[in-house]
Design a protein around this ligand. Sequence first.
Ligand SMILES: *[C@@H]1O[C@H](CO)[C@@H](O)[C@H](O)[C@H]1NC(C)=O
Ligand SMILES: *[C@@H]1O[C@H](CO)[C@@H](O)[C@H](O)[C@H]1NC(C)=O
Ligand SMILES: *[C@@H]1O[C@H](CO)[C@@H](O)[C@H](O)[C@H]1NC(C)=O
Ligand SMILES: *[C@@H]1O[C@H](CO)[C@@H](O)[C@H](O)[C@H]1NC(C)=O
Ligand SMILES: *[C@H]1O[C@@H](CO)[C@H](O)[C@@H](O)[C@@H]1NC(C)=O
Length: 573
Amino acid sequence: MALPICLTYIAIFSLFVICNNGVEAFHEIYPDLQSISASSVSKLHRTGYHFQPRRNWINDPNGPMYYNGVYHLFYQYNPKGAVWGNIVWGHAVSKDLINWKELEPALYPSKPFDKYGCWSGSATVLPGKGPIILYTGVIDKQSTEVQLYAIPENKSDPFLTKWIKPDAFNPIVVADHTMNASVFRDPTTAWWSKDGHWRMLIGGKRNNRGMAYLYRSKDFVKWIQAKHPIHSAPSTGMWECPDFYPVSLKGTNGLDLSMVGNNVKHVLKNSFDVTRFEYYTVGTYLKNKDKYIPDNTSEDGWGGLRYDYGNFYASKSFFDPSKNRRILWAWANESDSKEDDVKKGWAGIQSIPRTVWLDSGGRQLVQWPVQELNSLREKQVKISNQKLTKGHHIEVKGITAAQADVEVTFSFSSLNKAEPFDSRWVNPQDLCALKGSKVQGGLGPFGLLALASEKLEEFTPIFFRIFKAPHKHVVLMCSDARSSSLKRELYKPSFAGFVDVDLANNKKLSLRCLIDHSVVESFGAGGKTNILSRVYPTLAVKKKAHLFVFNNGTERITVENLKAWSMKSARRT
Ligand SMILES: *[C@@H]1O[C@H](CO)[C@@H](O)[C@H](O)[C@H]1NC(C)=O
Ligand SMILES: *[C@@H]1O[C@H](CO)[C@@H](O)[C@H](O)[C@H]1NC(C)=O
Ligand SMILES: *[C@@H]1O[C@H](CO)[C@@H](O)[C@H](O)[C@H]1NC(C)=O
Ligand SMILES: *[C@@H]1O[C@H](CO)[C@@H](O)[C@H](O)[C@H]1NC(C)=O
Ligand SMILES: *[C@H]1O[C@@H](CO)[C@H](O)[C@@H](O)[C@@H]1NC(C)=O
């Protein structure tokens, strides 16, 4: 469960910085707004193919799974309004991860142990027995959190519409006296080990140390806390929504959680309540000690690797046995004000589900939109071998630029014009703020201008810029919302990440952008660095949105190959 913080609209932008880097997150709740039902739903910035329910507030994806030929997505949902509150588990099902059927909420407060909320959790499919949901229930106004289980009322119901919370054994886990029960939530999918136990993790915090508590069970209902958390790290604050899974050292296939073997590494991801970003490490799971040790190539903390350097939180992955892949979902919140959300009648979207695997270098993950997304591709346009000199932009014409999918490869003949890199530039987002698309450079900035108005009063640039450090080149990827809208009262971050690629041998960079009215979801270098931005253009809407390629660096760039598609809307019933 990701509690919303810093949600009040604050006009002074520096206050956002305080919110994001402050020592203690605070939970802002809107008693006045949380039950105002949407009288109408504004379509202006609604997405065409990113998942969102018909109306109201959503946050964390919950319990994603594949069962009997159907994909299930549950999500934190306020059935009564467009801000956080009254939380239940919304439920939608799909055969292809793209077109969704919305069902009645699967879990809603109905027992003393979840009276104040059904918060985040995960699903585990038990071989021969079917799915079980583990989730967090809130039992009082002080936010005392306990862990619960729920089972389908009828396993033969193809959509698993109704869920039961048995009184026997619930709650299955409560915080012991050494723990703080108001920061103890978000159970993971459980995995089975040869020693006859199921294991799962729960997020928490001790003092300011982020914790992933480990629990064991033989029968899935009686759980025993392991002596030590599987992992913890100092000064990271509350760990929400932990996710722990094996990845293969050979190839891109996903692995079932219970997989063991030699060619396997593990990934631990946590969503940090304080920074409101997610971080993961690649490492080793020592099964006999029940410990996870991050590799020394993965930074363990606020400077660590991120699935996404933009608006992407409370993610959860699952193994899809039908296509042998691991799929990742996350919540992308709004960047406008609560008042705007109440007016719109909705808030929050889910990312496009992404396939995730370990990069061949073994140091980081790679992500790519699930292949099923391509079924929405409609009209296609192409550009190839187009030269771009400094200060030029070229329009990609003939598609619906407000609802599109673009794949492009840029190349250049030399690295000589790369600007010098200053070793003090440790934070890519700050560097993007300093060296945005309007600051002309040597090798870059070059990339795409998404959701752009005809005369560029509004645009969201997604671009690369290459620097020369003493022993290597540093590649920056930016998705900069600062010029995205003429509307002022918006959160417009210059999201950015570094891209770990070797340009000396291959002077090319690729970019894919999923553009969908108020979201630009970008995948750099084949999915090594990814950034999701929420933007709200006022001019560049619907048919008035344009798409351009641009270069603002002295080195000439070639658009080797660009393909762009109009995207159909996903079916939502
Ligand atoms: C369970 O679902 C199946 C499939 O929809 C249905 O045929 C059956 O009658 C249901 N069982 C009960 C007890 O409702
Ligand atoms: C428990 O955690 C909450 C939320 O961070 C904090 O406000 C509270 O002071 C903590 N309680 C104790 C006893 O540490
Ligand atoms: C990192 O770990 C590897 C083995 O996994 C070891 O060979 C290497 O020396 C370590 N590097 C550092 C800087 O500790
Ligand atoms: C390119 O740089 C010029 C000069 O700073 C600026 O006016 C223009 O807006 C920039 N182009 C983009 C797409 O940012
Ligand atoms: C999404 O909204 C912005 C603007 O209000 C906040 O700055 C972010 O912290 C928030 N993100 C999450 C995950 O809550």
